[in-house]
Structure formats: structure tokens, C-alpha cells
Design a protein around this ligand. Structure first.
Ligand code: MN
Length: 401
């Protein structure tokens, strides 16, 4: 038998038990959980007890599709099995020996815009002549756009600097080339476990039956490409080149103690978005730029709830599917050091931040950004989300131009 490290402080104790997909040395991908610095192979520990092949799979989708009742059951069984502090040798792997994969097959990816602080700041930066930074719809619906599922990558994947069209306000015409305003967006992503049929909206009060878990998300953004392309249909190539998620999916079942009331929604929302007590999550995030913390975005400040995002996304009858990823939008708090994107943190590049003694605005080739997050658990131990990290590498040769 192998011992598990259940001592406090790792953020990966028995109150967390996130799910991920890993390969042991020389082995095929399979589903695991993490306790301390040990990855526990669920295809060995649980076998087919909860469905044939659900853990001997290269994504979480088969397990997620088994539904909420089964998620509760598996989590309870896991806690019982792991509480003894040891697992069979064949199920235990040191974290540093395994390779982590994208944890689920992303079905559709929708990115929202749920932080009032972020939306207000971006309104001031992108529409400086408009006295009202929020557009008239913002407090009535969770604004979002459809992103690109195929470019969601797991933490640790390099991000190639995108090329595209940009046109500064004084330029006579657009030019083509590598983005010169490459930015991040620190977000949480929510993963749909069980879907809903075409034509049947998910009720806001039932959203938790569908939401499986949460990840840290970096929605890399090329602000120069975005600024030129986004009117009138919204973000497109300025966003779709890469979005990084953390390797471990923290179950919503682990986040009960992290639930908090949302900041007050005023004006009141329409009935289909109404919850008696709309909930957010008390998740602390941190953004590291080349190893230096430059921002600590507080998720508890978000205006819209994940349940409202899912209800809104399906209210027109659009289905949701196992593996759908709902980005929260950039998490920004009221203070400067709580802004989750560099365009806000540096106020459009006019107020650089110091990183390793250098004034910095947007990302340079070779920069690494790591976003981490943690939440209170039911006891004294915090629940870690791990991290979403990525390094920017130079654009390759281009034929267009
Ligand atoms: Mn975003």
C-alpha cells in the first residue's frame, strides 16, 4: 500500500478531491484524483463499479454524463476509501511522474462578462467618449459570446502569439502582423456535466444539477486584434487562438462552503434569472507574471451567478451538453491590484506595472503567466484549484500579409 499525505496545507485534502486525466509513465490516459502530491488512479481504485469504462477514459466526459446523483455517490465512496490514508500501490503515482491532459472534451465554449468592475473598466477604455461605461443591457442579462472549443488547452501548453489585423485610431488602414497588445483574462470556468435537451431551458434553480465543476481559466486576448474586429458582432480572432484551463476540475460538490451571496442585483432581474438567494463563490485568485504576483482578483465580487449564466444560455431552447465550458469573464475587483486583465491593470498600457524591475504593459515573447485560485472548505483546510499556466512563444512564419 502507498501512504497518502493528508497533512494540512496542500489544498488537496479530502475536502477537495478534484478530477483530472493523467498518464502514468508509459501508460494510457485515465481519470484520477489528487490527494496532496499523489495522483490516485480511479480506473484502478474504483474500476467499473460506477459504470463501464467511466474512469479508464481519456476525458471526464463519460463520468460527468452519468449525472448528479452518481457524482454524489462517487465522491462519498472516494472519501471513505481515502480516509484511511493509503491506497494500493498500483493506484498511486507521484504528481511529478505523471503527465496531465486536458481534463474533458470541450463541447461548446461560451465566455461571459460577469464582473461589473471589469465591464465598467473595459467600457471606459474601449468607449472613452461614452459617459456610461456599461451598455444598457448589462444589468439585465449575463452578456456573453460563443468562443472556440477547439483551442481550449491544458495548463502548461505554450501559447503562440497570434497574428492578425489591427488598426490604430490614427492609422490610415489596417496592417497585418503579430499582436502587439497580447493580454490575459483571469477567469473561472464552469463545466456542464449533464446536458439538457434542445427546446427545454435549464431552470435557474436546477442549474446545480447540471454543473459538474470549476476550473481556472486564462482567456488570452489580443487587444489590438479585438479592438478592430469586435464591432458589431463581438470577440472573434482576438480570443480564439488559445484559452488555458487548469488540469484539475474542482467539483461543485466541494464548493458548498465557498458559496456566498452575490453583490446586490439592482435593478431586479427577470423571472427566469431569479433565485431567492443568488449565489456566487468566495474564490481568491492570484495572477503571477514571470513568477511575481501582480493581481489578486476576488471572485466573490462577480455580479452574475454561474446558475444565472447557464439559465440564460439555455433560455432560448439551446441545449447544453456534457463538456460545455462557461467562462465567467474576467474577474476584477474594485481596487487596482484586483484587476484580472493587464489592459485594466495598466489602464490601456498607460500605467505600467513593475515586473522584475521593468515597467511592463502587455506580454512579451518568453513571458509566463500563472493564474491560481483557492476557496474555503468546510473545515480549516482550503480547497486549491491548482493553476492555469502558459508561456508566450513567438509567432511562426506567416504567409498572409
Ligand atoms: Mn474572457
Amino acid at each position: 500500500m502507498s501512504d497518502l499525505d493528508l497533512t494540512a496545507g496542500s489544498g488537496f485534502g479530502l475536502d477537495n478531491l478534484p478530477y483530472g486525466v493523467f498518464s502514468p509513465p508509459g501508460g494510457a490516459p485515465r481519470v484520477g484524483t489528487r490527494v496532496g502530491g499523489t495522483v490516485v488512479d480511479l480506473s484502478v481504485l474504483l474500476g467499473d463499479e460506477f459504470g463501464e469504462g467511466v474512469f479508464a477514459a481519456d476525458s471526464l466526459n463519460p463520468f460527468m454524463a452519468t449525472g448528479h446523483h452518481r457524482w454524489v455517490e462517487v465522491r462519498g465512496t472516494l472519501r471513505d476509501l481515502l480516509a484511511g490514508g493509503e491506497v494500493p500501490d498500483s493506484a498511486a503515482h507521484p504528481l511529478e511522474r505523471v503527465r496531465m491532459h486536458l481534463p474533458f472534451e470541450v463541447a461548446d465554449y461560451v465566455d461571459f462578462y460577469a464582473s461589473e468592475h471589469h465591464a465598467s473598466n473595459l467600457g471606459r477604455l474601449f468607449r472613452p467618449d461614452n459617459p456610461e461605461p456599461l451598455l444598457p443591457n448589462w444589468k439585465h442579462l449575463p452578456v456573453g459570446y460563443h468562443g472556440r472549443a477547439g483551442s481550449v488547452v491544458v495548463s502548461g501548453t505554450d501559447v503562440v502569439r497570434p497574428s492578425g489585423q489591427r488598426k490604430g485610431p490614427d492609422d490610415p488602414g489596417p496592417v497585418f502582423g503579430p499582436s502587439v497588445r497580447l493580454d490575459i483574462e483571469a477567469e473561472l470556468g464552469f463545466v456542464v456535466g449533464s446536458g439538457s435537451p434542445l427546446g427545454t431551458p435549464v431552470e435557474v434553480a436546477a442549474a446545480e444539477q447540471h454543473l459538474f465543476g470549476a476550473v481556472v481559466l486564462n482567456d488570452w486576448s489580443a487587444r489590438d486584434i479585438q479592438a478592430w474586429e469586435y464591432v458589431p458582432l463581438g470577440p472573434h480572432l482576438g480570443k480564439s487562438f488559445a484559452s488555458t484551463i487548469s488540469a484539475w476540475v474542482v467539483p461543485m460538490l466541494a464548493l458548498g462552503a465557498a458559496k456566498v451571496d452575490l453583490p446586490r442585483q439592482d435593478p431586479p432581474v427577470l423571472d427566469y434569472l431569479h433565485l431567492a438567494r443568488p449565489w456566487g463563490l468566495d474564490v481568491d485568485m492570484a495572477v503571477e507574471w514571470n513568477g511575481q504576483v501582480v493581481s489578486r482578483p476576488p471572485y466573490r465580487e462577480m455580479y452574475w451567478s454561474p446558475a444565472q449564466m447557464l439559465a440564460h444560455m439555455t433560455v432560448n431552447g439551446a441545449p447544453c451538453r456534457t463538456g460545455d465550458l462557461l467562462g465567467s469573464g474576467t474577474v476584477s475587483g474594485p481596487d487596482r491590484h484586483q484587476r484580472g486583465a493587464f489592459i485594466e491593470l495598466t489602464w490601456g498600457g498607460k500605467e505600467p506595472v513593475m515586473v522584475a524591475g521593468e515597467p511592463r504593459t502587455f506580454l512579451l515573447d518568453g513571458d509566463t503567466v500563472t493564474i491560481s485560485a483557492s476557496a474555503p472548505g468546510p473545515g480549516t483546510e482550503r480547497i486549491s484549484f491548482g493553476e492555469a499556466t502558459g508561456r508566450v512563444v513567438a509567432s511562426g512564419p506567416r504567409r498572409a500579409g
